[in-house]
Write a protein that binds this ligand. Sequence first.
Ligand SMILES: [Zn+2]
Length: 111
Amino acid sequence: MDCLECKKNIIPYLRYELDDEALNDFMNHIDECESCREDLEIYYLVTEGVGVLDNRDTDYNLSKAFSRRLSDSKSYIKRLCIRRTLSYAADTVSFWALFVISIMYIRMLIL
Ligand SMILES: [Zn+2]
């Protein structure tokens, strides 16, 4: 993902509208690109700041909330990777179990 695409995805990210693949690409870019991360932080502070003003919650720490939001997104991506890996492992084990059972069954028919 390049900077232009990343900047296009800032608003969808803040609205939780990115799909898993786009979120992964977006977070990878945000980790590596200081400029886009700063843009994201500005958008976040502005959009969340308006919400905080509406709620009159004066103790709300926007910088901490921004860090928490990034951390939550990274945790979500990690869980997604683990889930995909486990799913792939389960598929592989299932395939080989079925393969071995098939071979054993064929051998029983032959002998
Ligand atoms: Zn960038």
